[in-house]
Structures are given as structure tokens and as C-alpha cells.
Design a protein around this ligand. Sequence first.
Ligand SMILES: [Zn+2]
Length: 69
Amino acid sequence: MTELNFDCKKCKINFDCDVGKISFPPNEERPRFEKDIECPLCGVLSMDEVWLTELGQTQLTRVYMSRIR
Ligand SMILES: [Zn+2]
């Protein structure tokens, strides 16, 4: 399980979300998550409805680095 930190664009709260397995398709800008991003208040959200926080980006980079090693 992989937790990433997001900010919800709708209700502006900050939350941790378990996105399951993360894959990095070579031809896509965005990583793909196994599970949906779910805000505790708004429910399931798309990538466009959340911001990945600085912490979330650090977490994502760590996953990416461990994958390519
Ligand atoms: Zn929300």
C-alpha cells in the first residue's frame, strides 16, 4: 500500500490516501494509481480534482526512484 498526501481542490482539506500500486507509463505524463483517490469529505476524486502536495510529490518520487533502481 502506498499513501500519498493530497489537497482536495473542492473542500480544500489535506488528506492522506492509499492509492495502491503506482505505475509510471512511459508515454504518459501522470502516474497511474491502482485505487481511486478518495477525499474523506467529497468521496472519490479524479487527479484533476486534487493537488499533490509537496509531501505527496516527495512520496511519489521515492516510489519512482525505488522502481528504477
Ligand atoms: Zn474534498
